[in-house]
Every structure is written in structure tokens, then in C-alpha cells.
Design a protein around this ligand. Structure first.
Ligand code: ADP
Ligand code: MG
Length: 341
């Protein structure tokens, strides 16, 4: 009898507590802000218990990120390593990017390769002015390219030739999204969308259970043209990265030179692929694969995807007649929204 009353009063107490906590739970607040980083824009959207402003913290994280991975900052870790500063050591972020780069190079048979640095500069996509390029110049730089020519040893970058320069630009932006996401996790933000220059990670769903919508741009004819929407994907706990040949390129004597370099021959890729979007659990992986597929091109890329069914990608390419075509994997198709605005 006694225990019956106790049990029931305990239940009642539990009920009151639950009820009280429900009554006091506020509607999640939508917070959205944007800023500039890595020569582009970022945009962060999240739902939180209050309108907590995390912009200053995120700006400082992105600033710190650049001081590790930016080839555009002369005193960053990567730039100092490229300049053979013997005193510089890799930090945790550098090590993560480096190791992932080596992994993706292995998996893509060198299509993705951070040692393209000297070629990127020579072709005019780095800080230095474009060189007059000819086959003999490419031939003189190719011996400096190859991911197996660099390694990290106790935080020190070992190169087989001091002229080797590494370039994180095809992977670092994706990783910066993961870093910002990890920060939001530590601040208890449950539901968010992080977008840095078009590299996106969506965590959980919006409060009503709706997934996050992310648009894939329609490739434009010229670099500065306003773009339309090609497709929209619904994402939850997924990252998407798009690499394209239609934004960063230059035209010389009627030839378009894209900023993606084929490490196997040292030339900017010139095939029909206009953009590649890749899905992955983390944005760093998606970013690196998107670049690797830009190097492979449509045919090799399709073959690669067939052999690696866990990878999901969306290709936009140009037919010989000039019309635009798409190819996407089954897993990608499942996330495509039918009602493109
Ligand atoms: P975007 O998303 O702007 O299309 P990417 O992620 O494809 O860019 O990165 C392109 C940059 O990566 C180039 O500007 C260059 O610095 C570097 N890069 C070019 N070719 C390669 C390659 N084959 N592997 C790794 N990095 C590359
Ligand atoms: Mg990339």
C-alpha cells in the first residue's frame, strides 16, 4: 500500500516535471548570418534555443583556418612549408587535410593531387602571374608533381625536391565546412546548414522534420553570368560539394583554360564536363572527389562511379553539339527534389 502511494506520487511528480519542461520549451529560433572568407562568401543557418550569435567565433575559426591552409597567405603553415621554412610544423588541421589528400590521391589514382602547386602557379591560377606556357615548360614542372613525393614526418613536410609546392585549394574549403560544423556541434546547435563558397553540410532536419534544400547551379556561359538553378537536393546529415569549369578559367587564343589541372599531363583539363557535385558524409571528402571527377572527365568518371557504388555524384556536361546533359547516380537521384523552382 505504502509503496503503491509512493510509486504513484513519483509518477505524478514525473508527469508534472515532463509537463513543465514541455511548457517551458521555447520554439527554436532561426539564426542566419553570412560573411566573407577564403576569397568567397559563407552563410550559416541554424535553429537554436535562443538567438545566440556565433558569428564572431566562426569568423575567428575561419581566420585561424586560413593561417593554416591558405596558399594566399604568405605566413600560413602551408606557404611556409612551400617556402621550405625548416621551423614550421603541421598543426592538427594541416595534418587532417594532408592525410585525407593522400587517401583521395590513392583512391583516384592521382587524379586528385595536392602537389600540382607549381603547375597551378605556372598556368596562372595561383598568386604569381601566368607564365607563357609551352610543352617544354610543362615537362620541366612535371617532375615536381606526384603525391608520393611528399610525406609528413612528425609534423615536418618531407619533399623529394625543395621546389615541390602543395596546394590545398581543392579540399580545404570543404574541410573548413566540417570544422565550422564541429564547432556548432560543440555549442549544442542541433540543426544547421553551413555553406562556404558553395561547399555545404546539412545537419539533421529543420524543426518540423523538413530536410534542408540545397541548389545546384546551372553552369553559365561566362564566368560572371548570373546562374539559374539546375537541380535541388534534400539533405540531412550530408555534405555536398560542386566543382566547376565555368567560374575560374581564362581564355587565350580562343582556348578556355580551367583551374583544374590534370596531374598526369600537367595541362588544365579541357573536356566536356562543366560541373560535378558529390555527396559525402563530410564535406572534405565531397570537395576532393568533386575535383578528382573534374580531372577524370565524363567517361572515366562514370566508370569510376560504377566501380564505387557508395559514391554519389551529379555531372553536368556539354554535348558536342553544345547542348547540356546530365548524368547522376541512383543514390543521388533519390535526394533530388522534383519541384525545381
Ligand atoms: P572549385 O570548387 O572552385 O571548382 P576545386 O575544389 O575543384 O575548385 O579546386 C580547384 C583548385 O584546386 C585549383 O584552383 C588549384 O589550386 C587546385 N587544383 C587544381 N587541380 C588539382 C588537382 N588535380 N588536384 C588537386 N588540386 C588541384
Ligand atoms: Mg574540390
Amino acid at each position: 500500500m505504502h509503496s503503491f502511494i509512493l510509486k504513484n506520487s513519483f509518477r505524478l511528480l514525473l508527469f508534472i516535471l515532463l509537463f513543465a519542461s514541455c511548457r517551458h520549451r521555447k520554439e527554436p529560433v532561426l539564426v542566419k548570418f553570412s560573411g566573407e572568407t577564403q576569397g568567397t562568401f559563407y552563410s550559416i543557418t541554424y535553429y537554436a534555443d535562443d538567438s545566440i550569435n556565433l558569428k564572431p567565433s566562426i569568423d575567428s575559426i575561419l581566420h585561424r583556418f586560413d593561417s593554416t591552409a591558405s596558399t594566399y597567405k604568405s605566413n600560413s603553415i602551408i606557404s611556409r612549408m612551400n617556402n621550405n621554412d625548416a621551423s614550421v610544423r603541421a598543426d592538427a588541421m594541416f595534418t587532417t587535410i594532408f592525410q585525407k589528400s593522400m587517401e583521395i590521391s590513392e583512391k583516384t589514382f592521382g587524379a586528385f593531387d595536392i602537389t600540382v602547386g607549381p603547375l597551378v602557379s605556372a598556368w596562372g591560377f595561383g598568386l604569381s602571374n601566368r607564365m607563357k606556357m609551352a610543352q617544354h615548360r610543362v615537362d620541366s614542372l612535371l617532375p615536381l608533381v606526384g603525391y608520393h613525393k611528399v610525406m609528413l614526418d612528425n609534423g615536418k613536410l618531407i619533399k623529394t625536391d625543395p621546389r615541390i609546392r602543395i596546394d590545398f585549394n581543392a579540399i580545404a574549403q570543404g574541410y573548413s565546412v566540417d570544422v565550422v560544423a564541429a564547432f556548432l556541434d560543440t555549442r549544442g546547435i542541433q540543426s544547421y546548414l553551413v555553406d562556404i563558397g558553395g561547399e555545404v553540410l546539412a545537419r539533421r532536419t529543420k524543426p518540423g522534420g523538413e530536410k534542408w534544400s540545397v541548389a545546384i547551379e546551372m553552369p553559365t556561359k561566362n564566368a560572371d553570368d548570373e546562374s539559374g538553378i539546375q537541380a535541388v537536393v534534400s539533405l540531412q546529415d550530408m555534405a555536398i560539394s560542386t566543382s566547376g569549369s565555368y567560374r575560374k578559367y581564362y581564355v587565350e587564343n580562343g582556348i578556355r583554360y580551367s583551374h583544374t589541372i590534370d596531374p598526369s599531363n600537367g595541362f588544365p583539363v579541357k573536356h566536356s564536363l562543366l560541373s560535378v557535385s558529390v555527396l559525402a558524409r563530410d564535406c572534405m571528402t565531397a570537395d576532393a572527389y568533386a575535383t578528382a571527377f573534374m580531372v577524370m572527365g565524363v567517361e572515366k568518371g562514370r566508370l569510376y562511379l560504377k566501380k564505387h557504388p557508395s559514391l554519389q555524384a551529379y555531372f553536368i556536361y556539354q554535348e558536342p553539339g553544345g547542348s547540356m546533359k546530365t548524368f547522376f547516380t541512383k543514390g543521388f537521384e533519390k535526394l533530388l527534389k522534383q519541384d525545381v523552382p
